[in-house]
Design a protein. Structure first.
Length: 201
């Protein structure tokens, strides 16, 4: 590969990534339809939450990196717990609307084996994101993903992947993708995604 092609490929990849995240920014499909295409094994109810039956769930790809406070976090290390992944940005109005609900539910369910992890995206530097977490009392870590790479590449094609900001994906105790919402959530809807998984054996 020539030296002139390498930067062009990198530029193209970054451009595609930026376009994908930009097109879906602060959006959401509230009519209960889901994306993914092809033969997907998930069902979306009219409340906009998609779910996958236990035997048909897939594991995410690697979702790991540096958190906003500079620590290393790998979601795979949380296997055995229910993990709520929330894609958000400090610039996103719906993210601000749902933040108090996430902070409350995260604190309430911590002792029941539920871990929350934020996927902070499209914040070009950490300070606005850190201020956001302080303002809303967010008690859990967020992976810093300014270019949206974890959102774009962290979920296999055809699975319940984040397609909007905010998006929420819930992993079951086996670390597999069980539920997704592509809109801002209140406390009731957030709990409705988690509670069925708490009952699973």
């Amino acid at each position: 590969m020539s030296l002139s092609r390498a930067p062009r490929r990198t530029l193209l990849a970054v451009g595609v990534l930026t376009a994908a995240v930009t097109l879906s920014a602060c959006g959401g499909d509230n009519n209960g339809k889901s994306g993914g295409g092809g033969n997907t094994n998930f069902v979306t109810n009219t409340g906009g939450v998609s779910t996958v039956a236990k035997g048909e769930r897939a594991a995410p790809n690697d979702i790991a990196g540096e958190t906003l406070d500079g620590k290393r976090l790998d979601v795979a290390d949380l296997k055995g717990k229910i993990v709520v992944l929330n894609a958000w940005g400090s610039w996103c109005g719906p993210c601000r609307a749902e933040a108090p609900h996430f902070a409350k539910v995260a604190a309430d369910l911590k002792d029941q084996g539920v871990e929350f992890v934020g996927l902070n995206t499209r914040d070009p530097n950490k300070q606005p994101a850190i201020a956001f977490e302080e303002d809303y009392g967010v008690p859990y870590p967020s992976l810093y993903d300014p270019q949206g790479k974890l959102i774009l590449f962290g979920f296999p094609k055809g699975t319940l992947n984040p397609q909007a900001i905010p998006s929420t994906v819930v992993l079951d105790k086996e670390g597999k993708i069980a539920a997704r919402s592509l809109m801002a959530l209140d406390e009731k809807k957030l709990r409705s995604m988690i509670e069925p998984l708490l009952k699973e054996k």
